[in-house]
Design a protein. Structure first.
Length: 165
């Protein structure tokens, strides 16, 4: 199902909704390996670290933040400076409506314009929705890190996906 929505840069007043959406994922899914909910102050710090080069975007439906996405540096060493990692999270009430595709598409566009060379996605094994989303945008599965995380009393794999920009 598609509907009218707007993708825009996140503003400071979006941070409580970003926090709410992320905390739901922490508490109910394996999409993130965080295990403890984040505070609004935690996300305010993250928000302030991001800028034009590493944006946070939101998807707005009926004046409500229904999803968000970001790109962030991958690795701290200088040779990684042309590589970014993406993350996209959609409010459970708005999934399946094209918001994830719109956010990821815009993040890829921004990464290209910014001059990045590669974008990575670290997707938990079994998250078929995220795997299909990334494959739709040309990401390839380039590796599997077996049992590198533990959440909800089970070992979890990470599938490394890459798109050369």
């Amino acid at each position: 199902m598609s509907e009218n929505f707007v993708i825009r840069r996140a503003r400071i007043d979006d941070v409580p909704d970003i926090t709410r959406i992320y905390n739901y994922a922490i508490e109910h899914t394996t999409a993130t390996f965080d295990t403890e909910p984040k505070t609004v102050d935690d996300w305010l710090a993250t928000f302030r670290e991001h800028g034009d080069k590493y944006p946070i975007l939101v998807a707005i439906v009926d004046s409500q933040v229904a999803g968000w996405g970001l790109i962030r540096p991958f690795g701290e060493r200088k040779a990684y400076c042309y590589t970014v990692e993406n993350a996209v999270y959609i409010d459970c009430n708005y999934q399946g409506r094209g918001l994830g595709s719109a956010l990821l598409g815009e993040l890829i566009s921004i990464a290209c314009k910014t001059g990045f060379h590669a974008m990575l996605a670290l997707v938990v094994g079994g998250n078929e929705v995220s795997l299909r989303l990334h494959e739709k945008f040309g990401f390839e599965r380039v590796g599997v890190m077996k049992e590198v995380g533990r959440k909800f009393d089970r070992w979890l794999d990470i599938i490394l996906m890459e798109k050369l920009l």
